[in-house]
Design a protein around this ligand. Structure first.
Ligand code: IMP
Ligand code: MG
Length: 186
């Protein structure tokens, strides 16, 4: 285990097993369709790349960059686009892929933004759900694991851009992020 972690929350084996289950659900729900997997940069990329390799559908991928300014470990609710989607999504089935649903501000903003582009459908697939901190009315159609109100890293999730490459999800030691100044949290 990485020295900055307090404990491992989800192991590599648990991630693999659960992602295969999510892919199976998506295969069943989108049979005969050609969804767009829309990854939110950068936290979703590891999850997205494993998920799509277990999906047995014709599909495409696109990415959007979103940034929410807050303190080091919590978002403030003001979201902006740092990289827009590249392809037309009108009348397409979009599956948003995100690392974690925390306050929900980022996801609510993204769903509203995408609705303005008139897709056929929008569903949300998140690896982690932290319901204790929800501030908006948003729920995931697919989610991997519910997590407690701790700051978690690994498998795409970062703290100050670090730890994304860990092959498991762990709880960061609070002393690593305490007393840090304002940073972008996405
Ligand atoms: P929101 O609060 O739901 O808007 O989440 C915004 C973003 O904050 C997420 O997409 C993550 O990138 C990041 N985030 C929220 N909670 C955590 C966490 O526990 N670890 C790492 N990143 C997090
Ligand atoms: Mg993120």
């Amino acid at each position: 285990m990485h020295k900055d972690l307090e404990r491992i929350l989800v192991s590599k084996q648990e991630l693999e097993k659960r992602i295969a289950e999510l892919a199976r659900d998506i295969n069943n729900d989108y049979r005969g369709k050609e969804p767009i997997f829309l990854g939110v940069l950068k936290g979703s990329v590891i999850f997205l790349s494993d998920l799509v390799r277990s999906v047995d559908l014709d599909c495409t991928m696109d990415f959007i960059g979103l940034s929410s300014y807050g303190n080091a470990s919590a978002t403030s609710g003001s979201v902006r686009i740092t990289k827009d989607i590249e392809k037309d999504v009108e009348q397409r089935d979009i599956i948003i892929v995100e690392d974690i649903l925390d306050s929900g501000y980022t996801m609510s903003y993204l769903v509203d933004y995408l609705k303005s582009k008139a897709p056929s459908s929008i569903r949300i697939c998140v690896l982690l759900d932290k319901p204790a901190r929800r501030k908006t009315e948003v729920h995931a159609d697919y989610f991997g694991f519910e997590v407690p109100d701790d700051f978690v890293v690994g498998y795409g999730l970062d703290y100050a851009e670090r730890y994304r490459n860990l092959p498991y999800i762990g709880v960061l030691k609070p002393e690593i992020y305490n007393d840090k100044k304002e940073v972008d949290v996405n």
